[in-house]
Design a protein around this ligand. Structure first.
Ligand SMILES: [Mg+2]
Length: 188
């Protein structure tokens, strides 16, 4: 049976976004977790819900970051999460720019579709969480529910939160609790 998943954007959801003047995380030391995100991922782990990172990294296309250093940054991400007992199931990064006309760069749903195939995921029962309109567009295009985490929500998302701090509580109320009800019915 296909599993539902939690898809997470990276910058602004998993890690503190780089300041606008810098724009990109270019070194593992610049990677710092957002409040509440390790707990969010840990809760999914405990409920056996796959957690998949979906991130645009145009900095690779424009030569600011090598693929090797992007891997180092992602190793740091997993190391920080592991220290909090939180584990990712997969990380998908689009290294292209708009000029490459790829099918993976958000707002296109390519990375979500690829992940769904590889991990046998039920997109219609999954959620995409992001802080940018293009995250929500990609999630919608893939057939997922969408959660926008930003102080100014966009109108076309299914749900919104002001910040990542409130993610664990939201997850328990609106995502994980459904499975619990379901399994209760089966165990009665
Ligand atoms: Mg983001």
């Amino acid at each position: 049976m296909k599993q539902r998943a939690l898809f997470l954007d990276r910058d602004g959801i998993i890690n503190v976004p780089p300041p606008p003047s810098v724009r990109y995380i270019l070194h593992p030391d610049a990677f710092h977790l957002m409040p509440g995100i390790a707990e969010t991922i840990r809760l999914c782990n405990q409920h056996h819900i796959p957690v998949v990172v979906i991130t645009n990294q145009k900095c690779v296309a424009i030569g600011k970051l090598s693929p090797r250093n992007l891997s180092r940054i992602h190793a740091r991400m997993e190391e920080l999460l592991r220290a909090d007992h939180a584990y990712l199931d997969a990380v998908y990064a689009c290294p292209h720019s708009e000029a490459d006309a790829c099918t993976c760069r958000k707002p296109l749903p390519g990375m979500l579709l690829t992940a769904a195939k590889a991990l046998d995921l039920d997109l219609n029962a999954s959620w995409m969480v992001g802080d940018q309109p293009r995250d929500i567009q990609a999630g919608k295009a893939a057939g997922c529910h969408t959660l926008h985490v930003h102080s100014e929500p966009v109108a076309f998302c299914d749900a919104s939160l002001p910040d990542t701090r409130s993610l664990p509580e939201w997850l328990l109320k609106h995502f994980l609790q459904k499975e619990d009800c379901h399994s209760q019915i089966h165990t009665v």
